[in-house]
Design a protein around this ligand. Structure first.
Ligand code: FNR
Length: 389
């Protein structure tokens, strides 16, 4: 077992463990990957002020996200197909999040269903909604999320149509995996992965399959195809107003990248937004999320909670996002690399790496409490620099 000291180690291990088509699904962005690469590159370009002789013997990482107590300002981002990276992947990851005292957000496009996550965990979890053309799906899944005790609904608003990732097309990625000679060879060389996924409870989109089953349309392929054909480009602010009326919990828009949209979200009574470009998987050429963050924080941070994702691979990245106005960060790929590499232990490893990096970086920047982090900890006036990008 190699010594794992950072998220990149988990990424390398993940590449060896899962079939190429699945690794590529996680590890790529849309089209030329400009936004995908920019997310990490812009975060890395930011420098801290190194401060000295400040008593940081006690550091407080615990805080609240959406009014809920969390052990650190990090949550797990909703990601489709996690249950194909490792058997029962979403259940495994949700348990690791619960053990670490942070929140797990389940994707609509998960393999395990809302009810599976409910049975695997004790505490609250969050749910991410894709709004499909068939609004009966939204109505039913909101009722299921509520019944399962989900405290927050994340409506993804940056995917009226699905972005294109070249690798997925070239690899013929399908759910369940298409058995081409190349795929069969690839799977045959990953026996531990195959055993884990075969032993898992589900092999197709758990949330959608249940819905289609009730409509007497069954089968794994039916669920995948139905989703592909049902993303809804007519989604508008009127739908958000409707959701605000029918969803009793916290309502969050995921995929906001523009200050005007952030203000509109606040006008619509939304509780929080996630500044996100879908991990560089949607609009290629959209700005890096860390570049958009300070502008959005300036425009709407006093009216709405601001959450952040995109390119977060370390505790330093989390600290930088907090400095530029985020209340907390979501990690997508960072937890998926862990899951693909080592299942639940890998997610736990990813979270503990980020936690210890955050703890150390707080000491070296003279921060005692994550709630006190401000732009003051950055070396330059990065907010001004980023405004001029
Ligand atoms: C995603 N993301 C995503 N978002 C969402 O709202 N619903 C989903 O089903 C998915 N699926 C998904 C799959 C995979 C493999 C990835 C990498 C991402 C986007 C995700 O929630 C988040 O916005 C990004 O992952 C954040 O960027 P990083 O942390 O991956 O750099």
């Amino acid at each position: 077992m190699p010594v794992i000291t950072n998220i990149e180690d988990l990424r390398r291990l993940a590449r060896r463990k899962v079939p190429k088509a699945l690794f590529d699904y996680v590890d790529t962005g849309s089209y030329d990957e400009l936004s995908y690469r920019a997310n990490s590159a812009e975060l890395k370009a930011i420098r801290f002020r190194q401060r000295i002789l400040i008593d940081t013997g006690e550091r407080k990482l615990s805080t609240t996200m959406l009014g809920e107590k969390v052990a650190m300002p990090v949550a797990i981002a909703p990601t489709g197909l996690a249950g194909l990276l490792y058997g029962d992947g979403e259940m495994v990851a949700a348990r690791a999040a619960e053990d670490a005292g942070i929140r797990y957000c389940l994707s609509t496009m998960s393999i395990c269903s809302i009810e599976d996550i409910r049975s695997a965990t004790k505490g609250p979890f969050w749910f991410q909604l894709y709004v499909f053309r068939d609004r009966a799906f939204s109505e039913q899944i909101l009722a299921r999320a509520h019944a399962a005790g989900c405290t927050a609904l994340f409506v993804t608003v940056d995917l009226p149509m699905r972005g294109q990732r070249h690798a997925d097309l070239k690899n013929g990625l399908e759910v369940p995996p298409r058995l081409t000679p190349r795929n069969v060879f690839d799977i045959a060389t990953k026996p531990a992965w195959a055993m884990s996924v075969l032993r898992g409870k589900r092999k197709t989109f758990g949330n959608i399959a249940t819905f289609l089953h009730q409509k007497a349309q069954t089968g794994a392929l039916a669920a995948g195809r139905w989703a592909q054909e049902n993303y809804d480009p007519t989604l508008s602010w009127n739908d958000i107003a409707w959701m605000r009326k029918v969803w009793p919990g916290k309502l969050v828009l995921k995929g906001v990248l523009d200050a005007e949209d952030a203000k509109k979200a606040a006008d619509h009574g939304v509780d929080a937004i996630v500044v996100s470009n879908h991990g560089g998987r949607q609009l290629d050429g959209a700005p890096a999320t860390i570049v958009a963050l300070p502008r959005i924080a300036d425009a709407a941070g006093d009216r709405i909670e601001i959450l952040f994702d995109g390119g977060v691979r370390s505790g330093q990245d989390v600290l930088k996002a907090l400095a530029l106005g985020a209340r907390g960060c979501f990690i997508g790929r960072a937890h998926l690399y862990g899951l693909a590499a080592m299942g639940g232990a890998g997610v736990t490893k990813a979270l503990s790496l980020i936690e210890s990096e955050l703890r150390l970086s707080m000491a070296l920047t003279g921060v005692r409490d994550v709630a006190e982090v401000s732009r003051d900890i950055l070396f330059d006036d990065y907010s001004a620099r980023l405004r001029n990008v």
